[in-house]
Design a protein around this ligand. Sequence first.
Ligand code: ADP
Ligand code: MG
Length: 297
Amino acid sequence: MSDEDPANVADADLPEDVDAPEDVEPETMDSEVEEAAKTVPRGVPLRVEGLRKEFGGITAVDGATFEVEAGSLTGLIGPNGAGKSTTFNCITGVHRADGGEVYFRGEDVTGLRPHTIAQRGLVRTFQIARQLGEMTVLENVMLAPGGQSGESIARSVLPGTRGGVVAEERALRDRAWETLEFFELDHLATEYAGNLSGGQRKLLELARAMMTDPDVLLLDEPFAGVNPTLEEKLLDQLHELREQGLTFLLVEHDMDLIMENCEHVIVMHQGRVLDEGPPEQIRNSEEVIEAYLGGEV
Ligand code: ADP
Ligand code: MG
């Protein structure tokens, strides 16, 4: 159904910060300050409340509630089958939740379609990289959701607008190249995505996600199958992107990696949040240790 679509079109034209931060003096809100405000994230861009998802008789997510702070690298951990990937699926509209709400930058986005949620800046990568193997790396990046230019038929056929579309396409291509360079994939631009190694696919997955200009990026095991050198590089890139204002929620089974890189860790177990806090607290949590030793791994 297209129930949410008219709202999207209306939303798209609204200024983002209608209720601007009250702690900023009006006279200091010149464009420079506004620009800085964009790159210094505040608040809680993502809030999940009582999220529930069932598959037949299985309750995969059973009332999960948590928040992700702006500019954080937050870890989401838990034994296999704890409901982490399903939570990501519900947050990003891949699955329709059976209960609960997802708020993104204060708006209820529960039940919106994946592309709508992605357009708003809440973007995920998949545990199993999803790329079009018969397209080149560059094409994959250029065709990332939300990255396309000239997608409106009207704009491409109306007289006088064609030049604009061509310029936009060039801009998109430039941006795709920059993104490939950032992830050091530029030397593979003309390679078919299907020929990439597992680790390179993970990088491509991230590159595609970055093309959508996310505010919050949900990463589902981005390091699985990635060699240690590449993993190190990827982590550096995540930290660099975070310094630029991005917020990350990271699912990862390597506990040490989570503990060393995340300032806040959320632990899921049997579809619920079992515990959360700074790494040192989670590392010593008896509940958490028990959940991991509980034979479900
Ligand atoms: P995690 O990512 O934490 O390992 P998942 O979210 O993948 O856990 O899975 C949680 C539970 O939901 C598991 O019992 C899994 O078998 C089940 N599950 C996940 N996706 C599906 C699906 N599409 N159909 C049926 N059951 C599913
Ligand atoms: Mg999973």
